[in-house]
Design a protein. Structure first.
Lengths: 167, 437
């Protein structure tokens, strides 16, 4: 996939991809986590590596690596009435910018690059998580879905306080 | 805050309770750094992190930055204070690597992998000459360094018992871990989860061996039957913990046991109902184990299924989510914890991949389990800052549990607070410089 392919992409397709990323940000900020999972394909995954040039989620630890099963376990916990680490809950604001379609392939997959910031506030502490996001999108039954989402935080190998909300 | 009488610790460390100041007084913390982290064997690294001559990692002994490096000539491991003998800058600010020499970035003093000063720029400016061999200019070696089956410990004091005596019966836990590999080899590789909490370091070492908290602190990870999520891709379901707040003595968590020793170490028994051992990858692993060890010995090895082993004061080994956890005190109310996956050599790849995958959801900063406890540590630190009750209670099991000695374990039910009492026993010994009973 090269940037040249972008010229063959319709503006409508690029706009559709951007709308999907903005919708994702809304769903996370509004704590509509079940709907967030539904944005992913059944074999989709959400990945936040722990190392700047990490090429595997199987041989190296990650801050998040959730396939569908783990996404569901995470959201089930976020809904639990006694989740201590979200009592009181975090408030977040996800910012998405610089959305750019970087390629498409014959199977109709679309590679999207963006910059993400998540502002999080909980119990007197405000934190910022930010970095580069890469979404792999795929059309399922006519709808654009997330087959993969990778977020490379600028401070991915930092020491972190507890996190609960996907970035 | 009432000042502590260091000459009379009986007033603050009692049979089943300790004074809240021991978690919040910065003077106590300073003394702990000197007498506990500077007074006994502290875990620093695993040999698999530095396999070749010149390989190094940087870490801390207590709060002091150190370089753990394999000597290029002798292949011995040195633990060097990461402090230039000239003005005191850290000479190595990388987390790991391989180096022929360490050169201070400020004025260019150069040290070898044994810490010896080998060159000084513009030497003639020292009119009386500079003695490169003078140990006060070198990187200072911690006087005691020893390794038990790959686990490297260092001690800032010369006059301590040897490492194996210090480890005592918890050596067996290291043996058990190594034996899980059919070729008898494990590696600490695959990155490190690093998290911090706003609480005292002792809260984490109490927690890893606390069989009373899981079904309550981790209630948000349990289903209606008190079961958690899977820990291997092939498992049908995860381990049973128990129903939150239940008083039923048959709950899974109530059936664990625990063993503690006077050195402060403890071993908690396995959860009674862990995930099932089904699946082709696990079957292949069983076959490899039987081929290597024979049927009987393989079963014995796999039967040694303890949950956590705490090696006082800063190391925890876990069998279920196979990892090495290192506790790093930063300040009286701030602690870092570093969690490294353990890779078993000679096993089907999938088993090691599962360790990585599930360690993310149990012990990353964004994990589903560890974050529950971090929240509790923060709440304890805040709560202990209040007035009213001055004591912290460790009375579960007190009236019946035996008192541990160095080589004789004291056994108790898993929800007993025996392990914390053993930790306070060790704490007292180290803080007062008394001999252990």
């Amino acid at each position: 996939m090269t940037d040249v392919a972008v010229t063959t992409m319709s503006d409508a397709q690029a706009r559709e991809a951007e709308q999907l990323l903005l919708l994702e940000a809304d769903l996370l900020d509004e704590r509509r986590f079940e709907e967030w999972i539904e944005l992913f394909t059944p074999d989709g995954y959400y990945w936040v590596p722990l190392h700047p040039e990490q090429d595997s989620y199987l041989t190296h630890l990650s801050i998040f690596f959730d396939d569908r099963e783990l996404m569901e376990a995470r959201v089930k916990r976020l809904r639990h009435p006694m989740i201590h680490t979200q009592t009181p809950p975090s408030r977040t604001c996800h910012y998405v910018s610089g959305v750019r379609v970087t390629g498409t392939d014959e199977a109709g997959r679309i590679a999207v690059s963006s910059r993400i910031l998540m502002l999080e506030y909980r119990e007197g502490e405000q934190r910022v998580f930010g970095g580069r996001a890469r979404h792999g999108l795929r059309r399922v039954d006519g709808k654009l879905k997330i087959a993969s989402k990778r977020v490379d935080l600028v401070n991915c190998d930092d020491v972190f306080g507890p996190m609960a909300i996907p970035i | 805050m009432r000042p502590i009488d260091f000459e009379n610790l009986d007033s603050v460390v009692q049979a089943g309770r300790v004074h809240a100041n021991l978690y919040r007084d910065p003077d106590i913390f300073e003394l702990e750094m000197e007498r506990i982290f500077g007074g006994t064997w502290v875990y620093v690294a695993h040999e698999s992190q530095i396999p070749d001559g010149g390989d190094f990692i940087t870490t801390h002994v207590g709060r002091k930055p150190v370089i753990v490096v394999r000597d290029q000539d002798s292949a011995n491991v040195h633990v060097l204070y990461n402090r230039c003998g000239h003005r005191g800058a850290v000479v190595c600010n990388l987390s790991s690597g391989n180096a022929r020499r360490f050169r201070c970035g400020y004025h260019g003093w150069v040290f070898d992998s044994a810490g010896r000063l080998v060159s000084v720029p513009l030497k003639e400016g020292y009119y009386d000459g500079v003695d490169l061999g003078d140990p006060r200019y070198g990187l200072v070696n911690l006087p005691r360094v020893a390794s038990y089956r790959g686990f490297i410990f260092a001690c800032a004091r010369q006059d301590v018992e040897d490492l194996e005596t210090h480890l005592g019966p918890v050596k067996n836990s290291i043996d058990d871990l190594v034996a899980r590999s059919p070729v008898g080899s494990i590696r600490v590789t695959g990155g490190v989860h690093k998290y911090l909490f706003k609480g005292n370091w002792k809260l984490q070492i109490e927690n890893v061996i606390d069989g009373y908290h899981p079904s309550f602190s981790h209630v948000s990870t349990l289903d209606e039957r008190g079961r958690q999520f899977r820990r291997r891709g092939e498992e049908k379901e995860g381990p049973a913990i128990g129903r939150a707040g239940s008083d039923d003595p048959n709950e899974a968590i109530a059936q664990m046991d625990v063993s503690s020793y006077a050195q402060g170490h403890s071993i908690s028994g396995a959860l009674p109902e862990r995930g099932d051992k089904s699946g082709p990858a696990y079957q292949e692993y069983l076959n490899l184990m039987r081929q290597s060890y024979g049927q009987e010995r393989a079963e014995e090895i796999l039967g040694k299924d303890w949950h956590n082993t705490l090696v006082y004061p800063n190391l925890c080994l876990q069998m279920l989510a196979q990892h090495v956890r290192v506790i790093k005190p930063v300040a009286v109310d701030r602690t870092e914890v570093w969690v490294y996956p353990i890779t078993l050599d000679g096993v089907p790849e999938q088993l090691n991949h599962d360790v990585i995958k599930y360690l993310n959801i149990t012990h990353s900063a964004a994990s589903l389990i560890q974050t529950d406890d971090l929240e509790q540590f923060k709440r304890i630190q805040v709560g202990l800052g209040g007035d009213g009750a001055e004591w912290v209670s460790f009375e579960r099991g007190l009236s019946r549990d035996p008192v541990p000695s160095e080589d004789q374990a004291a056994h108790a039910i898993g929800s007993s607070e025996l392990p914390m009492r053993a930790q306070w026993q060790a704490w007292r010994t180290l803080m007062t410089g008394e001999q252990r009973a």
